[in-house]
Design a protein around this ligand. Structure first.
Ligand code: FAD
Length: 373
């Protein structure tokens, strides 16, 4: 490990997407920043690898741009359950699919260019009254940022584990295939056991992910329900082996205490079904740096609630569809008949349209279709 500074304005535990984004945002505001992560880069993680337009906008505000040769843009979302299908384009801009390892490299390059002190293979083992303990050394900092993921130790050390709603857990698995993406949409295939995601992540590469409540189920189980996906992937090179991760729904009562503050999945999460995790982390990073400037972490708490409000609502709605075959089948049929409503719902999801602008008339007409479908 390279020599670590013993004093810094901001110490970030965890150099995943949230930690690096928070570090870049703070450095952009002139603070000295140190990041430590126990893993070695580029860090991979099972993920459907789509970044929504609002996440890309937040990244741009941090000065991070993802070049298209390292990614593939997508224009909207398509839902299908084998009987009905509906698709919608984003109202403004597009989303981007990119491998987690690529995203990590890009964030590291930006952080290095900004002068952030990064330490890899470095586990933070405890907090001290004025900083953290790392490999037996105490590092003093003005703010300690916990960006150490869903099982955050920083959250635990700082007594921020208390939740507003019960936790819920699902399981995700993903693989990559070498194949030219066949759609300009992220495709979401709904089965009675979960959702199969197909995200374009490069000019000749797709990420296929399956999310389910059942930890025993794997991608092959989802392929069995959708032979058309199997047919498309037949003969395509498998680039990565199947990798799994847990997707948790967690809403914390508070995301800061004293000079400790949480960001990314350490600060709570919505189910991966929304594809919002990275977008939320990038928006939180920007808001956190603003709060540092004003020396007011309550301001960040406020912004954090605002950022997570809509994704939480969307996750609840989508998990309702996940649980009820009856509701899912009827909703998809009704949306297939009202594609404009689906477009407006997607615009609300990505923050391009305020929720109240989904008209009463449209909602009532959808309700009637739902009952007739
Ligand atoms: C199946 C699945 C699909 C998903 N699909 C999408 C999607 O399509 N789009 C999207 O936006 N989001 C998606 N997500 C959510 C997304 O993966 C998360 O929101 C994102 O990884 C959160 O990043 P993070 O930096 O908070 O946490 P992490 O990526 O988990 O990073 C935490 C880091 O902290 C480090 N760490 C932990 N403890 C210590 C310690 N003591 N000392 C030092 N370092 C430590 C770890 O090594 C790790 O690098 C998906 C999630 C799952 C499970």
């Amino acid at each position: 490990m390279t020599k670590m500074r013993l004093e810094t304005d901001v110490f970030v535990v965890g150099g995943g997407p949230a930690g690096l984004a928070a570090a870049i945002a703070a450095r952009n505001r002139g603070f000295s920043v140190t990041v430590a992560d126990v893993a070695q880069p580029p860090i991979d993680k099972a993920c459907a690898e789509g970044i929504m337009p609002d996440g890309l906008a937040a990244l741009r505000k941090l000065g991070v741009n993802i070049p298209l040769d390292a990614a593939s843009s997508f224009q909207g979302i398509r839902f299908s359950d084998g009987e009905s299908s509906v698709q919608a384009r984003f109202a403004l801009g597009s989303g981007l699919g990119t491998r987690r390892t690529k995203l990590h490299e890009i964030l590291i390059d930006r952080a290095a260019a900004a002068g952030i002190d990064m330490h890899w293979g470095a586990r933070v083992t405890g907090s001290a009254p004025d900083g953290v303990k790392i490999n037996g050394i105490n590092v003093r900092c003005r703010w300690l940022v916990g960006a150490d993921g869903q099982n955050s130790r920083v959250r635990c050390w700082s007594g921020l584990d208390s939740v507003r709603t019960p936790l819920s857990t699902r399981f995700g698995f993903r693989r990559h295939y070498r194949v030219v993406p066949w759609s300009e949409f992220v495709e979401v295939y709904w089965t009675k056991h979960g959702q199969l995601y197909v995200t374009p992540v490069g000019p000749e590469e797709i990420c296929v992910a399956f999310l389910s409540r059942n930890p025993e189920l794997r991608l092959e189980d989802a392929f069995a329900v959708f032979p058309q996906i199997n047919a498309r992937l037949r003969g395509a090179d498998l680039i990565t082996r199947e990798q799994g991760a847990v997707s948790t729904r967690r809403a914390l009562r508070s995301v800061h205490r004293g000079s400790t503050v949480l960001v990314g999945e350490a600060s709570g999460s919505v189910d991966a079904i929304t594809g919002d995790g990275l977008s939320m982390a990038f928006q939180q990073a920007y808001a956190l740096a603003e709060a540092f400037v004003n020396d007011d972490l309550a301001q960040y708490q406020h912004a954090h609630r605002r950022i997570e409000r809509l994704p939480r609502l969307m996750a609840n709605l989508m998990l309702l569809l996940d649980r009820s075959h009856w509701l899912r089948a009827r909703s998809l049929r009704a949306l297939e008949a009202s594609p404009t409503l689906f477009t407006r719902m997607l615009a609300v999801h990505t923050g391009e349209l305020p929720l109240f602008q989904i008209g009463i008339e449209e909602t009532l007409s959808f309700g009637c279709r739902l009952l007739r479908a």
